[in-house]
Design a protein around this ligand. Structure first.
Ligand SMILES: NC(=O)c1ccc[n+]([C@@H]2O[C@H](COP(=O)([O-])OP(=O)(O)OC[C@H]3O[C@@H](n4cnc5c(N)ncnc54)[C@H](OP(=O)(O)O)[C@@H]3O)[C@@H](O)[C@H]2O)c1
Length: 260
């Protein structure tokens, strides 16, 4: 395929989407789908759940990078609805659809992951050229959880839970290659350079922000706990980035001054 001329990024205002849009802007005309009032040139107002604005958003695009997510663990099917609405809007056209999913959605018994898996299948069966990249947890997400879990006098983590968080900039780099390349189907998964327990990540965070807290590990029960304990979130194969969680924290502190 030749370089795409026009790319729609759903979720282009989100953590990954913002990084992706920045990288794509000098390579193609980029449209950003958002429910919010336009925040700059290229913004298209639309809602993936109601379908409002989608026909105009997808019109004439060569590639759609589908990075939107309701991230709603209580109503996980919202992500499936969003993907279906997007596919309904493109009907008749054949843009390359690049979807980003999560490592372990097929191994970890969690309703939100089942929904991501269902959304992957919708993309695969849609009839449009497609690419699906699974990534591990972004450092930003880990930081958000660790901040919340250490607000009190003790820091709480899930016991025996193994993670391999990745830098969102590295995911955006990979997405940029995928968006500007031909449809590739399922591509190698992308994760971070290190496997760490949640307690390790909490220790890195507390050191980075110079806070002292006892770290308490609580068990996660059932099949979910078992899957996390045996590394359901880890790469089995695929590519590793280079930026560790500790590197990310140092960079954030250097740029923002403080964390939370
Ligand atoms: N976070 C992680 O650790 C991680 C790891 C692996 C894979 N992923 C996947 O990567 C993707 C991006 O994650 P992220 O953390 O960057 O997401 P995020 O920061 O939570 O951003 C979510 C985006 O979805 C858009 N959105 C939500 N509902 C929408 C709707 N009804 N209509 C239109 N847009 C809607 C939001 O746009 P507006 O609010 O502007 O409308 C926002 O830009 C998701 O598919 C996620 O599952 C995430």
């Amino acid at each position: 395929m030749t370089r795409p001329e026009r790319v729609l990024v759903t979720g282009g205002t989100g953590v990954l989407g913002r990084e992706l849009v920045r990288r794509l802007q000098d390579r193609a005309e980029v449209r950003v789908l958002s429910r919010r009032p336009p925040q700059g040139p290229g913004f298209v107002r639309g809602d993936l759940e109601t379908g409002e604005g989608l026909a105009a958003a997808v019109e004439g695009v060569d590639v759609i990078a589908h990075c939107a997510s309701a991230a709603d663990y209580w109503r996980p099917q919202r992500d499936v609805t969003q993907t279906r609405q997007l596919l309904d809007a493109v009907r008749g056209a054949r843009p390359h659809l690049v979807y980003v999913s999560i490592v372990g959605v097929d191994r970890i018994p969690f309703a939100f992951y089942q929904a991501k898996l269902d959304a992957e299948r919708l993309v695969e069966d849609s009839g449009v050229p497609w690419t699906v990249l699974r990534a591990t947890q972004f450092h930003d997400l880990m930081l958000m959880y660790l901040m919340r879990l250490s607000k009190g006098p003790v820091a709480v983590v899930a016991r025996r839970s193994l993670l391999q968080p990745v830098d969102v900039g590295e995911v955006a780099e990979r997405m940029t290659e995928l968006v500007t390349g031909p449809a590739a189907g399922r591509v190698p998964e992308l994760g971070g350079p290190r496997v760490e327990s949640m307690a390790d990540l909490m220790r890195s965070y507390l050191v980075a922000v110079s806070r002292r807290r006892p770290i308490i590990g609580l068990p996660l029960w059932g099949r979910l706990g078992a899957a996390l304990g045996v590394g359901g979130h880890l790469l089995t194969d695929g590519d590793r980035g280079t930026v560790t969680f500790a590197d990310y924290l140092h960079a954030r502190i250097a740029s923002d001054g403080v964390l939370g």
